[in-house]
Write a protein that binds this ligand. Structure first.
Ligand SMILES: Cc1cc2nc3c(=O)[nH]c(=O)nc-3n(C[C@H](O)[C@H](O)[C@H](O)COP(=O)(O)OP(=O)(O)OC[C@H]3O[C@@H](n4cnc5c(N)ncnc54)[C@H](O)[C@@H]3O)c2cc1C
Length: 407
């Protein structure tokens, strides 16, 4: 039994690890020259418990996200062992209601409360599954004095503590690459562009490699190509019957100068706002939607937007994001973009169902639960939707393949 895993982002790598754990050999194909080089490494690393999706009043997105979040740390504890201990975890996020929010402070408060109840139910006896953090304490509303100390209170109308954290995706990517390299059941083929998957006795995966066009036969194929996924599904006659958006979003990170007070980790809701992710060692990630959203495509294959933008866009993103956020996060005000250390400006594609951008409160982008593994016989297409969900869907996908073998 051989399985081709198309795409070496976090989803593809997790699928390969989950297969190897079940004794199944996998080959990962990726067109880049290293694993985890696109969205997997260019994201903000928030492991969503569901608090973000206050516009989805069905709570389906929250329920979906918390399943992924509760599976995330246990998956990597199993596969990375002690190297997972070296992964940094951010300071927990406050949810902050922006003055122009699509949901009122009261609605957000009620939403967070309900989501907290759902998290308690879902975590049940797995109380420590979310990075060992206590999930029993309900989100607490900050006092006015606390809010005034950290934000411009004219813009931040309310703030709530949560247990939600982020991981540094670059550090995670490094640990996963080493783990995969050492796994005898996983074969990695870089610089292999997947061009189609054809029916054969099994499947022929057709590849463009340096040496020319190759065909390789496999029993199962897992399409984990993220922004390349629709194009390969289309070669098998699978085209979605609903609109989607490929959005290019960037974020900036840097190390705070020594002695600077740490900003709070904060997620501004609900609408086209952004986040601060703050680590105890001064690593800080910022993204502000009106500045960082740099492209939208409705094509089957979006442009190959660069993960690390060139000048002048790089500097514009750094300066623009800092300037926008310093307006209401006072401790960012004194920072000189030119004097910051370890600056990284990076971004990638967000693939999601929807027709209108998140400025529209009714946009489908505010609902992210219609994601996961779609299997047509032995061809499996995985839409992780979020980094958070990758380990969870990897288990689902590997479980289906194992079931087919034992049948
Ligand atoms: C700015 C930003 C912030 C985000 N923040 C968060 C967050 O805080 N929390 C969260 O849960 N999610 C977040 N996400 C979403 C998350 O990054 C993605 O859902 C997830 O990384 C996608 O899965 P992946 O890692 O497998 O994708 P990718 O890393 O893009 O992997 C796909 C791989 O397929 C390869 N590929 C594509 N087409 C082909 C082809 N034809 N042939 C060969 N190889 C191909 C690519 O080279 C790539 O390595 C964010 C995304 C962005 C862009």
């Amino acid at each position: 039994m051989r399985v081709a895993v198309l795409g070496g982002g976090l989803q593809g790598c997790c699928v390969a690890l989950a297969l190897a754990e079940r004794g199944i050999d996998a080959a990962i194909f990726d067109r880049n020259d290293q694993l985890l080089s696109r969205a997997a490494v260019a994201n903000e690393g928030k492991i969503h418990l569901g608090y973000m999706y206050a516009n989805d009043v069905s709570y389906s997105t929250a329920r979906m996200m918390m399943q992924g979040a509760l599976a995330f740390a246990p998956f990597f504890a199993r596969h990375l062992g002690s190297s997972q201990d070296s992964l940094s975890i951010s300071r927990p996020a406050a949810y902050v209601v922006h003055r122009d929010s699509q949901r009122s402070p009261g609605q957000v408060s009620q939403y967070l409360k309900t989501v907290h109840g759902l998290i308690r139910e879902a975590s049940g006896r797995r109380g420590d599954a979310y990075f060992g953090r206590d999930l029993t304490t309900a989100p607490r509303m900050w006092s006015e004095a606390e809010r005034e100390a950290e934000f411009d209170p004219q813009i931040a109308l309310a703030a709530f503590d949560t247990a939600e954290v982020a991981i540094d995706p670059a550090a995670l990517a490094g640990a996963v690459r080493s783990r995969i390299e050492a796994d005898p059941r996983i074969d990695v083929r870089l610089q292999h562009q997947v061009t189609s998957v054809d029916d054969a006795d099994g499947f022929d995966v057709v590849l463009q490699a340096r040496c020319g066009i190759l065909r390789e036969r496999f029993d199962h194929v897992v399409n984990a190509l993220w922004d390349g996924r629709f194009a390969i599904n289309e070669t098998r006659g699978l085209r979605p019957d609903r609109p989607w958006l490929h959005r290019l979003k960037y974020g900036v990170s840097f190390r705070l100068p020594r002695g600077t007070s740490l900003p709070p980790s904060a997620t501004f809701v609900s609408g086209p706002f952004g986040e601060v992710v703050s680590y105890a060692d001064g690593l800080t990630y910022l993204t502000w939607y009106p500045v960082c959203l740099q492209g939208i495509s409705t094509d089957v294959t979006p442009p190959e937007w660069p993960t690390y933008p060139a000048e002048p866009l790089r500097s514009d993103l750094l300066q623009g994001t800092l300037k926008a956020m310093a307006q209401f996060v006072p401790c960012l005000r004194g920072l000189d973009p030119g004097g910051l250390e370890e600056v990284t400006v990076k971004g990638g594609v967000i693939v999601a169902w929807g027709e209108t951008d998140i400025y529209d409160p009714r946009s489908e982008l505010h609902r992210r639960f219609e994601i996961g593994v779609t299997s047509r016989g032995r061809f499996h297409s995985v839409d992780p939707g979020k980094l958070t969900m990758a380990p969870y869907f990897a288990e689902v996908c590997a479980g289906r393949i194992l079931q087919d073998i034992v049948r």
